[in-house]
Ligand binder design. Sequence first.
Ligand code: ATP
Ligand code: MG
Length: 381
Amino acid sequence: MNNLKNQLFYKFALIVFLIIVFFEGALLIALKKSFDIHLKDKLALVASEINPENFSTKTLLQIQHKNKIFPLFVKIIKTNQKIKINKKNHFSIEYLLNQKREKLLTYITQKHGYIIKIATFYSTNDDKIEIIKTISLLISFIIYLIALMVGYKFIDTIVKEIEISFKKLRNFNSNVSHEFKTPLAIMKTEIEIALMNENKDCNKIFQSILQEVNYLNEITDKLLFLTKNDLKNCKLTKIDLEDIVFELFEKYSNKIHISLHIDEKDEYIIKGDKTLLKIALGNLIENSIKYKALKINIFLKKTKNKIILTIKDNGIGIPKDKLPFIFDEFYRVDESHNKNIKGFGLGLSIVKNILKAHKAKIKVQSEKGVEFIIEFPNKLE
Ligand SMILES: Nc1ncnc2c1ncn2[C@@H]1O[C@H](COP(=O)(O)OP(=O)(O)OP(=O)(O)O)[C@@H](O)[C@H]1O
Ligand SMILES: [Mg+2]
């Protein structure tokens, strides 16, 4: 896993570096362009305001002050020859003689039979760009360091999550193998006995095999249900929670004593999927039966924003320190607590996933027995 973390981190650092270099480059090009355009605009403006037929130092000074640009020189040459100046060759940049840094920006145009040539220093803009470049490099470096630190933390969390998932997968594999192995071994022995006792009454043996097949079927159904990931997109319609509670009452009241506490004056309409909700609530009731409850109380309540369904039993309860984990896949409170009650640790994960698809919250508390409190949003749009 450390290797994966390093690899991810190096790749992340490289990508962030390339992104920063790209933006830094784009920023500098844009800056340089904007300074050039600025200077070029000004030169062109000064040239356009010069009237070559009435040119004097005084008018030039006025134009210079007005436009806040002080050209190095202005040359006005009378000519009858028409010179071709297109947009591109209006401007030229050249180094001043023997000066490495100082550059000259020249603008040339023709007006009323005169050629106007006007030039200014180019180096001041370069200096400004230098300063901005240094500041932006410093900022980029700080951003890079921060991105690396945040990225490292982020990658660390992801890798830890992957590690947990791997661990769960390993547990899952061993759980599945274990759960499948026992019934398969029983079936194998039963079949071998059946084959040995050619004509004897095989009913008992086949019944035992059927029991194991049913068990394997039940686990397979649960696993398949959990691996189906279309729960998020399940179609929710207007349904009455009270109807679901009554149907569950009918289904389970011969197995456990169920008391309903529902205010008949209220309506408990939510947006939901009836089949899925029956599976979820059925799982909770089946757990109560499985974990030795003799009685279940079911409460339905309505507030302004929520419809609250509570299922409270008087079974063996769950130790408080184990409560945060019971909705995790494959989690079971240890065997000594469950007293060899069979299970796979998948029921409550199914409940959690179904309720999530309904935007409902589930809370659990355990004093004497267990109490699950489910809050559905009380809105239908
Ligand atoms: N009503 C309850 N009373 C006591 N313990 C409970 C109750 N409901 C859940 N638990 C505890 O929470 C654990 C997780 O429950 P969950 O329904 O996910 O799995 P399971 O019942 O062990 O197996 P499965 O439902 O997959 O057959 C159980 O192992 C059990 O220890
Ligand atoms: Mg269960």
